[in-house]
Design a protein around this ligand. Sequence first.
Ligand code: TXA
Ligand code: MG
Length: 324
Amino acid sequence: MINSKSIREASDVIKNGGLVAFPTETVYGLGANALDPIAVAKIFAVKERPSFDPLIVHIADIADIKRLTKSEDPRVYALAQKFWPGPLTIVLPKSDIVPDIVTSGLPTVGIRMPNNNIALELIKLSGCPISAPSANKFGRISPTRAEHVKKQLPEVDCVLDGGPASVGIESTVITLDSMGFIILREGFITASDLLKVLPASLSTEAEHAPASPGLLKSHYSPLKPIYIEGRSNNLPDISRAGYLSFNGQFPNGFKKVDFLSKSSDLKDAAVNLFGALHRMEDDSDIDFIVSQPVPEEGIGRAIMDRLTKAAYQYSEKPDKHKKI
Ligand code: TXA
Ligand code: MG
């Protein structure tokens, strides 16, 4: 069990330039002192993450925005007031103290305050902002439990076990321009949530979005093929396949059925998504996975973003002009 002693010991690891895996409300993070480039380099090495994919910096005090960024944009404080601590990452012009390795050489840095007491305590006791990607090997399924971290990153000694993540999918990543906000990665906080704080200010992605280098077409992938129901024409024999249901129903003939939700509830699906994929990945009776799609509305957009990227290598590509 986590207690203040284990968080203090973990903060010593951070202070000494080491890595700590810790819970957040979205997914578990693999953290290092964000101001120590050598410590941050260890994150990239352990994750086998390409150097072009920037890290999010986690803070416990809103005042750190001033230290880490050059932004005095009042909209940032309005967003922070409403959504922090919580699953919103805001990409802003970085200050000079943020090492280039954190931002992959970009002039901007993504900042968020996680809504998890263990994470906040760890950041406070470490005395520094903590840069952390999701604590999985690059491109693989994100961890929503400490066991998921231990499975993929056994070399990380210090893992703070805070139980299952309450949100289950990564933060929404946004940036701001003169017109409004731009969503760089869909997440739990939706465009309509953001519009309540910044009314009529959704900027058009095509015209304004700067590149978000981490947004690859293939990501979040289990070690087994995954297909989205209705998007692939020729499924292999399903007698050794697992089925992920969103509405509680499932076809006959699958080896195993797991549930994103039993009642078409998108919040349930967000919480259950990565855990269900991990269970399917770990089950030696299962050769491949078929998931029901979820409606692409509200947080369903973020869920389908993750599922589509997980299935990318196995979907029939639009450029082949096939039905998907
Ligand atoms: O919920 C989360 O965001 C979790 C927890 C641990 O906080 N973290 C997470 O980190 O999902 P990661 O590294 O798996 O994804 C961060 C993504 C990057 O891949 C990139 O697309 C975007 O955030 N990002 C970070 N900094 C950026 C920047 N300066 N400009 C554009 N995109 C950025
Ligand atoms: Mg990730």
